[in-house]
Design a protein around this ligand. Structure first.
Ligand SMILES: Cc1cc2nc3c(=O)[nH]c(=O)nc-3n(C[C@H](O)[C@H](O)[C@H](O)COP(=O)(O)OP(=O)(O)OC[C@H]3O[C@@H](n4cnc5c(N)ncnc54)[C@H](O)[C@@H]3O)c2cc1C
Length: 294
Protein backbone atom coordinates (compact mmCIF):
# COMPACT_ATOMS: atom_id res chain seq x y z
CA UNK A 1 0.00 0.00 0.00
CA UNK A 2 1.39 3.42 -0.91
CA UNK A 3 1.09 6.17 1.61
CA UNK A 4 -0.45 9.50 0.69
CA UNK A 5 2.22 12.18 0.34
CA UNK A 6 2.28 14.74 3.15
CA UNK A 7 0.05 17.71 2.47
CA UNK A 8 3.03 20.03 2.05
CA UNK A 9 4.24 17.91 -0.90
CA UNK A 10 1.04 18.70 -2.78
CA UNK A 11 1.11 22.45 -2.35
CA UNK A 12 2.67 24.55 -5.10
CA UNK A 13 6.10 25.94 -4.16
CA UNK A 14 5.74 29.27 -5.91
CA UNK A 15 3.11 31.44 -7.55
CA UNK A 16 4.60 30.60 -10.94
CA UNK A 17 4.08 26.91 -10.27
CA UNK A 18 0.55 27.55 -9.03
CA UNK A 19 -0.25 29.64 -12.08
CA UNK A 20 0.89 26.81 -14.35
CA UNK A 21 -1.29 24.44 -12.38
CA UNK A 22 -4.30 26.74 -12.67
CA UNK A 23 -3.82 27.04 -16.41
CA UNK A 24 -3.61 23.25 -16.76
CA UNK A 25 -6.70 22.64 -14.63
CA UNK A 26 -8.73 25.25 -16.46
CA UNK A 27 -7.66 23.66 -19.72
CA UNK A 28 -8.78 20.23 -18.47
CA UNK A 29 -12.13 21.68 -17.45
CA UNK A 30 -12.64 23.80 -20.54
CA UNK A 31 -16.06 22.70 -21.65
CA UNK A 32 -17.64 24.33 -23.50
CA UNK A 33 -14.35 25.70 -24.80
CA UNK A 34 -15.83 27.76 -27.60
CA UNK A 35 -18.21 30.64 -27.08
CA UNK A 36 -21.72 29.67 -28.10
CA UNK A 37 -23.66 32.92 -27.76
CA UNK A 38 -24.38 34.16 -31.27
CA UNK A 39 -23.50 37.80 -31.91
CA UNK A 40 -26.54 40.06 -32.08
CA UNK A 41 -27.02 43.69 -33.14
CA UNK A 42 -29.63 46.08 -31.83
CA UNK A 43 -31.98 48.21 -33.92
CA UNK A 44 -29.24 50.81 -34.44
CA UNK A 45 -26.74 48.16 -35.60
CA UNK A 46 -24.75 48.22 -32.38
CA UNK A 47 -23.17 44.96 -31.22
CA UNK A 48 -24.98 43.69 -28.12
CA UNK A 49 -22.81 42.26 -25.35
CA UNK A 50 -23.79 38.85 -24.02
CA UNK A 51 -23.47 40.26 -20.50
CA UNK A 52 -22.21 43.33 -18.68
CA UNK A 53 -20.93 42.85 -15.14
CA UNK A 54 -20.87 46.03 -13.04
CA UNK A 55 -18.27 45.61 -10.31
CA UNK A 56 -14.80 44.10 -10.28
CA UNK A 57 -14.83 43.06 -6.63
CA UNK A 58 -14.88 39.45 -5.61
CA UNK A 59 -18.52 38.99 -6.61
CA UNK A 60 -18.00 40.50 -10.06
CA UNK A 61 -14.77 38.55 -10.65
CA UNK A 62 -16.46 35.30 -9.66
CA UNK A 63 -19.49 35.99 -11.86
CA UNK A 64 -17.48 36.95 -14.94
CA UNK A 65 -15.24 33.91 -14.44
CA UNK A 66 -18.28 31.63 -14.17
CA UNK A 67 -19.70 33.12 -17.38
CA UNK A 68 -16.42 32.55 -19.25
CA UNK A 69 -16.31 28.96 -18.00
CA UNK A 70 -19.83 28.44 -19.35
CA UNK A 71 -18.72 29.63 -22.78
CA UNK A 72 -20.17 33.14 -22.51
CA UNK A 73 -17.19 35.11 -23.72
CA UNK A 74 -18.46 38.51 -24.78
CA UNK A 75 -18.67 39.87 -21.25
CA UNK A 76 -17.91 43.51 -20.52
CA UNK A 77 -16.81 44.02 -16.94
CA UNK A 78 -16.34 47.46 -15.41
CA UNK A 79 -15.40 48.99 -12.07
CA UNK A 80 -15.32 52.64 -11.16
CA UNK A 81 -12.24 52.24 -8.99
CA UNK A 82 -8.67 51.92 -10.31
CA UNK A 83 -7.28 48.39 -10.65
CA UNK A 84 -6.34 46.90 -7.29
CA UNK A 85 -8.70 49.15 -5.33
CA UNK A 86 -11.95 47.32 -6.00
CA UNK A 87 -14.11 46.53 -3.01
CA UNK A 88 -13.58 47.85 0.50
CA UNK A 89 -10.44 45.91 1.45
CA UNK A 90 -7.65 48.46 1.36
CA UNK A 91 -9.72 51.63 1.44
CA UNK A 92 -12.53 51.87 3.97
CA UNK A 93 -12.48 48.40 5.50
CA UNK A 94 -10.21 49.52 8.29
CA UNK A 95 -9.77 46.25 10.13
CA UNK A 96 -6.48 44.43 9.61
CA UNK A 97 -8.05 41.01 9.19
CA UNK A 98 -11.09 39.55 7.50
CA UNK A 99 -13.85 38.51 9.81
CA UNK A 100 -14.55 35.56 7.60
CA UNK A 101 -12.83 32.36 8.75
CA UNK A 102 -9.90 31.39 6.55
CA UNK A 103 -11.54 28.11 5.51
CA UNK A 104 -14.47 29.72 3.74
CA UNK A 105 -13.80 29.41 0.04
CA UNK A 106 -14.21 32.44 -2.18
CA UNK A 107 -14.46 33.09 -5.91
CA UNK A 108 -12.60 29.86 -6.82
CA UNK A 109 -15.65 28.13 -8.34
CA UNK A 110 -14.62 24.83 -6.73
CA UNK A 111 -11.14 24.75 -8.30
CA UNK A 112 -8.67 24.06 -5.49
CA UNK A 113 -5.72 25.79 -7.18
CA UNK A 114 -7.72 29.01 -7.28
CA UNK A 115 -8.42 29.13 -3.54
CA UNK A 116 -6.88 31.61 -1.16
CA UNK A 117 -5.26 28.69 0.63
CA UNK A 118 -3.45 27.50 -2.50
CA UNK A 119 -2.29 31.07 -3.18
CA UNK A 120 -1.12 31.47 0.40
CA UNK A 121 0.66 28.12 0.67
CA UNK A 122 2.48 28.67 -2.62
CA UNK A 123 4.17 31.67 -1.01
CA UNK A 124 4.42 30.97 2.70
CA UNK A 125 4.00 27.19 2.98
CA UNK A 126 1.63 24.80 4.69
CA UNK A 127 2.87 25.41 8.21
CA UNK A 128 2.22 29.11 7.86
CA UNK A 129 -1.29 28.27 6.65
CA UNK A 130 -1.88 25.94 9.58
CA UNK A 131 -0.86 28.63 12.06
CA UNK A 132 -2.73 31.44 10.29
CA UNK A 133 -5.60 32.77 12.36
CA UNK A 134 -7.37 35.22 10.05
CA UNK A 135 -6.59 36.44 6.56
CA UNK A 136 -5.05 39.94 6.41
CA UNK A 137 -7.20 42.34 4.37
CA UNK A 138 -4.16 43.41 2.30
CA UNK A 139 -3.47 39.76 1.47
CA UNK A 140 -7.09 39.24 0.47
CA UNK A 141 -6.80 42.16 -1.96
CA UNK A 142 -3.51 40.76 -3.32
CA UNK A 143 -5.22 37.40 -3.77
CA UNK A 144 -8.11 39.00 -5.68
CA UNK A 145 -5.62 40.78 -7.97
CA UNK A 146 -3.88 37.43 -8.59
CA UNK A 147 -7.24 35.71 -9.17
CA UNK A 148 -8.15 38.36 -11.70
CA UNK A 149 -4.88 37.82 -13.57
CA UNK A 150 -4.81 34.03 -13.63
CA UNK A 151 -8.45 33.72 -14.67
CA UNK A 152 -7.94 36.18 -17.53
CA UNK A 153 -10.48 38.72 -16.31
CA UNK A 154 -10.53 41.91 -18.35
CA UNK A 155 -11.98 44.59 -16.10
CA UNK A 156 -12.31 48.11 -17.48
CA UNK A 157 -11.34 50.13 -14.42
CA UNK A 158 -12.13 53.78 -13.66
CA UNK A 159 -15.39 53.22 -15.54
CA UNK A 160 -18.69 53.91 -13.85
CA UNK A 161 -22.19 52.91 -14.79
CA UNK A 162 -24.35 56.02 -14.40
CA UNK A 163 -27.72 54.97 -15.86
CA UNK A 164 -29.53 51.90 -17.09
CA UNK A 165 -32.69 51.49 -19.15
CA UNK A 166 -34.55 48.95 -21.23
CA UNK A 167 -34.69 49.29 -25.02
CA UNK A 168 -37.72 48.72 -27.28
CA UNK A 169 -35.95 45.71 -28.84
CA UNK A 170 -35.61 43.94 -25.48
CA UNK A 171 -32.03 44.73 -24.52
CA UNK A 172 -30.53 46.73 -21.67
CA UNK A 173 -28.77 50.01 -22.44
CA UNK A 174 -26.15 51.30 -20.01
CA UNK A 175 -24.51 54.71 -19.73
CA UNK A 176 -20.83 54.64 -18.82
CA UNK A 177 -18.31 57.30 -17.85
CA UNK A 178 -14.68 56.28 -18.20
CA UNK A 179 -11.20 57.37 -19.24
CA UNK A 180 -12.42 57.96 -22.82
CA UNK A 181 -15.44 60.00 -21.71
CA UNK A 182 -19.14 59.17 -21.80
CA UNK A 183 -20.61 56.45 -23.93
CA UNK A 184 -23.33 53.83 -23.81
CA UNK A 185 -23.48 50.15 -24.61
CA UNK A 186 -26.16 47.49 -24.98
CA UNK A 187 -26.31 44.06 -23.44
CA UNK A 188 -28.58 41.06 -23.23
CA UNK A 189 -28.00 40.62 -19.52
CA UNK A 190 -26.83 43.03 -16.82
CA UNK A 191 -25.20 41.70 -13.65
CA UNK A 192 -25.06 44.16 -10.76
CA UNK A 193 -22.11 43.05 -8.65
CA UNK A 194 -21.67 46.51 -7.22
CA UNK A 195 -21.51 45.50 -3.57
CA UNK A 196 -22.77 47.72 -0.79
CA UNK A 197 -22.61 50.72 -3.16
CA UNK A 198 -25.47 49.06 -5.02
CA UNK A 199 -27.77 49.70 -2.08
CA UNK A 200 -28.02 53.41 -2.93
CA UNK A 201 -26.31 56.32 -1.29
CA UNK A 202 -24.23 56.14 1.85
CA UNK A 203 -26.55 57.60 4.44
CA UNK A 204 -25.70 60.16 7.12
CA UNK A 205 -28.53 61.63 9.24
CA UNK A 206 -29.57 65.02 7.76
CA UNK A 207 -30.44 66.29 11.25
CA UNK A 208 -26.69 66.42 11.86
CA UNK A 209 -25.23 66.89 8.41
CA UNK A 210 -27.39 69.98 7.76
CA UNK A 211 -26.03 71.73 10.83
CA UNK A 212 -22.45 70.46 11.16
CA UNK A 213 -19.65 71.77 8.91
CA UNK A 214 -18.39 69.07 6.53
CA UNK A 215 -14.94 69.30 8.11
CA UNK A 216 -16.09 67.78 11.40
CA UNK A 217 -17.97 64.75 10.21
CA UNK A 218 -17.33 61.90 7.85
CA UNK A 219 -19.00 58.71 6.77
CA UNK A 220 -16.98 55.60 7.44
CA UNK A 221 -16.84 54.94 3.69
CA UNK A 222 -15.01 58.28 3.18
CA UNK A 223 -11.22 58.60 3.05
CA UNK A 224 -10.64 59.83 6.61
CA UNK A 225 -7.42 61.45 7.83
CA UNK A 226 -7.41 59.88 11.30
CA UNK A 227 -4.17 61.68 12.19
CA UNK A 228 -6.20 64.91 12.35
CA UNK A 229 -8.23 63.44 15.19
CA UNK A 230 -5.31 63.40 17.63
CA UNK A 231 -6.52 64.69 21.00
CA UNK A 232 -10.10 64.97 19.73
CA UNK A 233 -13.19 63.44 21.25
CA UNK A 234 -14.76 61.37 18.55
CA UNK A 235 -18.29 60.07 18.48
CA UNK A 236 -18.92 57.11 16.24
CA UNK A 237 -22.55 56.52 15.33
CA UNK A 238 -23.44 52.94 14.61
CA UNK A 239 -22.66 49.64 16.25
CA UNK A 240 -21.71 47.44 13.32
CA UNK A 241 -18.41 46.31 11.87
CA UNK A 242 -17.48 49.63 10.26
CA UNK A 243 -18.21 51.44 13.55
CA UNK A 244 -15.76 49.32 15.50
CA UNK A 245 -13.20 49.56 12.73
CA UNK A 246 -13.51 53.37 12.62
CA UNK A 247 -13.18 53.58 16.40
CA UNK A 248 -10.14 51.31 16.28
CA UNK A 249 -8.53 53.38 13.53
CA UNK A 250 -9.17 56.59 15.51
CA UNK A 251 -7.70 55.16 18.69
CA UNK A 252 -4.64 53.61 17.09
CA UNK A 253 -3.82 56.36 14.57
CA UNK A 254 -4.64 59.21 16.94
CA UNK A 255 -3.84 57.63 20.30
CA UNK A 256 -4.78 60.60 22.42
CA UNK A 257 -8.30 60.71 21.02
CA UNK A 258 -11.21 59.26 22.91
CA UNK A 259 -14.13 57.53 21.28
CA UNK A 260 -17.39 58.12 23.05
CA UNK A 261 -20.41 55.89 22.85
CA UNK A 262 -23.90 56.14 24.33
CA UNK A 263 -22.94 54.16 27.41
CA UNK A 264 -19.34 53.16 26.94
CA UNK A 265 -16.09 55.07 26.62
CA UNK A 266 -13.45 53.16 24.76
CA UNK A 267 -9.87 54.34 25.39
CA UNK A 268 -7.83 51.45 24.04
CA UNK A 269 -8.11 49.01 21.16
CA UNK A 270 -6.43 46.04 19.67
CA UNK A 271 -7.02 46.55 15.99
CA UNK A 272 -5.32 43.31 15.09
CA UNK A 273 -7.96 41.24 16.81
CA UNK A 274 -10.57 43.82 15.97
CA UNK A 275 -14.22 44.08 16.68
CA UNK A 276 -15.21 40.49 16.11
CA UNK A 277 -13.80 39.66 19.53
CA UNK A 278 -15.34 42.56 21.41
CA UNK A 279 -18.57 41.63 23.11
CA UNK A 280 -19.83 45.11 23.97
CA UNK A 281 -21.58 47.56 21.71
CA UNK A 282 -20.26 50.94 20.68
CA UNK A 283 -22.25 53.84 19.30
CA UNK A 284 -20.51 55.24 16.62
CA UNK A 285 -19.14 61.87 14.51
CA UNK A 286 -18.29 59.10 12.01
CA UNK A 287 -21.46 57.70 10.52
CA UNK A 288 -21.27 54.04 9.87
CA UNK A 289 -24.58 53.22 8.27
CA UNK A 290 -24.87 50.98 5.25
CA UNK A 291 -25.93 52.46 1.96
CA UNK A 292 -29.42 53.84 2.53
CA UNK A 293 -29.39 52.30 6.00
CA UNK A 294 -31.08 54.20 8.75
C1 LIG B 1 -15.67 47.52 6.87
C2 LIG B 1 -16.08 46.25 6.14
C3 LIG B 1 -15.60 45.01 6.53
C4 LIG B 1 -15.97 43.84 5.88
N1 LIG B 1 -15.46 42.64 6.27
C5 LIG B 1 -15.83 41.51 5.63
C6 LIG B 1 -15.28 40.24 5.99
O1 LIG B 1 -14.46 40.12 6.87
N2 LIG B 1 -15.68 39.15 5.30
C7 LIG B 1 -16.60 39.25 4.30
O2 LIG B 1 -16.94 38.25 3.72
N3 LIG B 1 -17.12 40.42 3.94
C8 LIG B 1 -16.78 41.54 4.58
N4 LIG B 1 -17.31 42.73 4.22
C9 LIG B 1 -18.33 42.75 3.21
C10 LIG B 1 -17.66 42.94 1.86
O3 LIG B 1 -17.98 44.23 1.38
C11 LIG B 1 -18.16 41.87 0.93
O4 LIG B 1 -18.01 40.58 1.42
C12 LIG B 1 -17.43 41.88 -0.41
O5 LIG B 1 -16.70 43.07 -0.66
C13 LIG B 1 -18.55 41.70 -1.40
O6 LIG B 1 -18.00 41.64 -2.66
P1 LIG B 1 -18.78 42.28 -3.87
O7 LIG B 1 -18.00 41.93 -5.09
O8 LIG B 1 -20.21 41.92 -3.82
O9 LIG B 1 -18.76 43.85 -3.60
P2 LIG B 1 -17.51 44.82 -3.52
O10 LIG B 1 -16.30 44.10 -3.08
O11 LIG B 1 -17.96 46.00 -2.70
O12 LIG B 1 -17.28 45.26 -5.03
C14 LIG B 1 -18.22 46.06 -5.68
C15 LIG B 1 -17.49 46.85 -6.72
O13 LIG B 1 -18.47 47.52 -7.53
C16 LIG B 1 -17.92 48.77 -7.91
N5 LIG B 1 -19.05 49.64 -8.26
C17 LIG B 1 -20.06 50.03 -7.47
N6 LIG B 1 -20.92 50.81 -8.15
C18 LIG B 1 -20.43 50.92 -9.41
C19 LIG B 1 -20.87 51.60 -10.59
N7 LIG B 1 -22.02 52.31 -10.63
N8 LIG B 1 -20.12 51.49 -11.71
C20 LIG B 1 -18.96 50.77 -11.70
N9 LIG B 1 -18.50 50.11 -10.62
C21 LIG B 1 -19.23 50.19 -9.48
C22 LIG B 1 -17.18 49.26 -6.68
O14 LIG B 1 -16.14 50.20 -7.05
C23 LIG B 1 -16.60 47.95 -6.13
O15 LIG B 1 -15.25 47.74 -6.51
C24 LIG B 1 -16.90 43.91 4.83
C25 LIG B 1 -17.37 45.16 4.41
C26 LIG B 1 -16.97 46.31 5.05
C27 LIG B 1 -17.51 47.66 4.57
Amino acid sequence: MTRAPPRSALAACSLDELQTRVAYELDCLAYPAAGWVPPVRDRHGRLVHAAVVVGGGQGGLATAFALRREGVHDVLQIDREPAGLEGPWITFARMHMLRTPKYLTGPDYGIASLTFRAWFEAQWGCEAWASLDRIMTTQWMDYLVWFRNVTGAEVQNCTEMTAVRGTPDGFVEIDLVGPTGRHSCVTRRLVLANGMDGGGIWYAPPAFTRTLPRTVWAHSSDAIDFGRLRGARVAVLGAGAAAFDAAAAALTTAPRSTCTTGATRCSGWNSVHGSSRLGSSLHSVIWTTRANGR
